[in-house]
Design a protein around this ligand. Sequence first.
Ligand SMILES: Nc1ncnc2c1ncn2[C@@H]1O[C@H](COP(=O)(O)OP(=O)(O)O)[C@@H](O)[C@H]1O
Ligand SMILES: [Mg+2]
Length: 409
Amino acid sequence: MEKLLTKTILILSAGLEAIPIIQKAKSMGCYVVVLDGYESAPGIKYADDLIISSTFDVAGSVEKAKNYSQNKRTLDGVMSAGHDAPHTVAHIAHALALPGVPVATAEMAVDKVAMKDKFAKDGVAIPWYSSVDDFQHLQQLVKQHGLPLVIKPVDGRGARGVLRLSDQVDLEWAYNYSVSQSGRGQVMVERFLSGPQISTESMVINGQTLTPGFSDRNYELMDKFAPFIIENGGDLPSFLSQDLQSRVKQTVHQAAMSLGVTMGVVKGDVVVNEGVPHIIEITTRLSGGYFCSHEIPLNTGVDFVGCVIKSALGEKVLEEELTPKYQKSVCQRYMFPEKGVVKNITGVDLIKHRNEVELCEMRVEIGEKLAELDNHTKRTGVIIVMGSDRQNAQNNAVSAINSIKIDLV
Ligand SMILES: Nc1ncnc2c1ncn2[C@@H]1O[C@H](COP(=O)(O)OP(=O)(O)O)[C@@H](O)[C@H]1O
Ligand SMILES: [Mg+2]
C-alpha cells in the first residue's frame, strides 16, 4: 500500500483492540491522533497525539476535535477502532467536512428500533420486533407473540443486556436486567431466530457493498450461558454454500442501502433462518474481536483495515483490494471465567510460539476477581489460530486454550 505521509487521521478510541488499527495507520505513514476518555488507554503509546474525551460525549468530542483541527493540526479523516460509537465518528466527520456516512445513518446504527423501523419500511428481512414501554407491555407482547423472544437494550453494545426469553426465564428479572444495561433505560423484543449466525464485514464503494469478511459465529455455549447470548468466536471460511453466502451478502447490501450508507465500513450480524438471511443489526464501524485486523487478512489476504483507513481519508479504494485472494482456515475462540480470584496464569508464552497461533491475548491479571459471565466484555482471553482446514484449525484452538491454565483461589 502506498504511503499517505501527509495525512492525519483521528481514531476513536485507544482501547486494546484499537492497537493494530493505530499501528496499521502508522505503517501507512499517517500521523495518528487518538480520542479516548482514559489517559491510560493502552493504545495511546502507539499514537502520535491524544485528545481526551469520552467517545460517548458527542458534543464534547466534536468540539475538541474541531479545536484540535483548527488550532493544532488539520485532521484529514476520522474513524473508529475496536469501539462502538459510530454516531460520534459521523458527527465529527460532519462538523469537520471529512469523509463519512450521513449523521442520520450512524444515529440509526445506535438505535436498534429506529434501524428496524427503517429496515421494515424498505423490506429488508428482519425478525418480528417491537419496542417495549414497560413490564406490563412486555407481558402482553409475550402473550401475543409467544416464546422464544430476545430482549435487548435499544442502544446496546457487546451483547450487554441481550437475553433469550424462554419458559425458564423469569420475565420480570429479564426486563429489569435488560433495562439496567441500557443507557437510555429502553429495551425492545424480537423473535429469536434459530439457524446459522454469521458475522460480516463489508465496505461500500461506488454504491457496491463488497464483503470480504464472512465468518460463522460459534454459539456452542448458548445453552450453558443461557439466558445470556454469549458468542465463542468464529470459523472462516464459512460452511454455508456459495449461493447462501451470496444471498447473505446481498441482504447486507440491502440493509446498508436502507440505512443510507454511502461509503466505508459496514459490520453485520446475520441469522440464516429457514434458509433466508435475516439482519439482526448492521453498524458503520470496524468490528471488534480482531475480526477486521486479524481474521479477515489471515483468511483472505485482504488488507481490510488499510482499505477502511484509506476510505476515511477520502482516498480511492479499488474493488480488487477488497477481493479475497484465497480462503485459508482461521479459528477464533474465547476463554471464559470461572468464579474466583486469579492466583496464577501459565502457558501463554509457550503457545504464543506455536506456528499456527496468530494471536493470544489474556484479558485478566493476577489478583483480579472473576465474576459470572453476562456479556462479551467479561471473556478472559482470546486466541486466533490457523489450520490446514476447518477441523484442524478448531483442534489447534482447543489445544492452545487447554494449554493455558488460570489458577484461582
Ligand atoms: N432476534 C435474534 N435472533 C437470534 N439471535 C439474536 C437475535 N437478536 C440478537 N441475537 C444474537 O445476540 C447477539 C447480540 O445482539 P445484538 O442485537 O447484535 O446486540 P449488540 O449490539 O449488543 O451486539 C447478536 O449478534 C446475535 O448473535
Ligand atoms: Mg451485535
